[in-house]
Design a protein around this ligand. Structure first.
Ligand code: SF4
Ligand code: SF4
Length: 349
């Protein structure tokens, strides 16, 4: 059964305080720091007038660096391993945009459905996403609608907030969301028929806002497959400097590396550490022989784009791109994934 409530904006902090006190949630929300929107533990006042955060919220379940276990080897003894599991704190993340909620769905497919990653799952089960519908004009780089999303999508979210001026409409999506709305001391009030009517209208207007688009996205996987040997990739990647910003900021990129970081030599001590890796770096696929199967930026750009629009679709039946636009807005040389997909599709046609 759906649950819809209304929250006076002036009482948002009261709800957050109730979640912290009554629900034992550590609440995070977007904060503007040095001109950059980023998720921070909530301080005195929460603002949710952010366009989107620079980094997606994927770090709550897949941090950029995490220790799996520590090890110690004393000469003549068996090595001692101590597993380091994530702390079990429950974290509620406010202000997640619908494209990033859909990013969480894709991360779950990789780390919770496809393989059983205990570190990811230990964090993910304690993270709740309180989404915020996009009912202001989209950024020039947004294209969520053409990749199956919507500015009011609830995919991957536990709750969806909709800004109604001086109030939020609060809709539960999951059982966790319902429990958060019903937490002791919650200032949420029942939504009236007029509120439901207003939110329906606001959502309709949001969905009707024009956005840029991937043309004919259903055909993209086949078109990209046919483009594998196209010389067009050389041309499209000519400006790429291999900085990796596009993948580090993507809500669905999930490649990682494992390393042993030594902290002592007698006895041998250290940590097994997972860190994000990046398919746009030359050494990502470098073999120990020196051979590199993706030897140039063209092969690496093709990998990034085909992973989003072909390979992930073949493996999971969904595009891996959610149209957040970060890789478009942040690429220092202006490489634009929408333009790339559209140009490749046009070329192979
Ligand atoms: S952000 Fe742009 S320049 Fe940097 S690796 Fe990605 S496509 Fe290349
Ligand atoms: S590929 Fe680019 S636009 Fe698509 S989800 Fe990743 S960062 Fe966002």
């Amino acid at each position: 059964m759906s649950m819809e409530k209304i929250l006076d904006k002036a009482r948002l902090n009261d709800w957050i305080a109730a979640l912290a006190k009554g629900g034992d949630w550590e609440v995070h929300a977007p904060a503007l720091e040095d001109g950059v929107w980023t998720y921070k533990p909530v301080g005195d006042a929460v603002r949710m007038d952010h366009p989107n955060t620079k980094q997606p919220p994927k770090g709550f379940s897949f941090p950029q660096r995490e220790v799996f276990f520590s090890f110690e080897q004393i000469k003549g003894e068996a090595p001692r391993l101590t597993q380091v599991m994530p702390d079990p704190k429950r974290r509620a993340v406010f202000g997640v945009r619908p494209c990033d909620g859909r990013g969480a769905v894709r991360m779950d497919r990789v780390f919770a459905d496809n393989v059983n990653d205990p570190y990811y799952q230990a964090r993910r089960k304690n993270v709740a996403y309180v989404g915020l519908a996009c009912n202001t004009p989209p950024a020039a780089t947004c294209f969520c609608k053409s990749v199956g999303g919507s500015p009011v999508s609830t995919d991957g979210l536990d709750i969806l907030l909709t800004d109604l001026g001086d109030r939020y409409h609060v809709a539960a999506v999951t059982e966790t969301g319902k429990a958060m709305m019903a937490v002791a001391g919650s200032p949420l009030a029942d939504a009236a028929a007029a509120d439901r009517k207003q939110v329906k209208q606001v959502h309709g207007e949001a969905v009707a806002q024009p956005q840029r688009a991937v043309n004919n996205p259903e055909a993209a996987p086949a078109k990209l497959k046919a483009s594998f040997n196209s010389p067009l990739w050389e041309e499209l990647a000519r400006a790429c400097i291999g900085c990796g910003i596009c993948t580090f900021l993507c809500p669905t990129c999930h490649c990682f590396d494992l390393n042993d970081e030594m902290t002592g030599t007698v006895p041998i001590k250290g940590n097994r550490v997972r860190t994000w890796d990046n398919c746009q770096f030359p050494d990502f696929t470098m073999h120990s022989s020196g051979h590199n199967p993706r030897e140039n930026t063209a092969a690496r750009l093709r990998q990034r784009v085909c992973h989003k629009f072909q390979y992930f679709h073949e493996n999971f039946g969904m595009l891996q791109c959610t149209g957040c636009g970060r890789c478009v807005s942040e690429c220092p040389v202006g490489i634009d994934i929408v333009a790339v997909v559209n140009k490749v599709a046009e070329h192979v046609a």
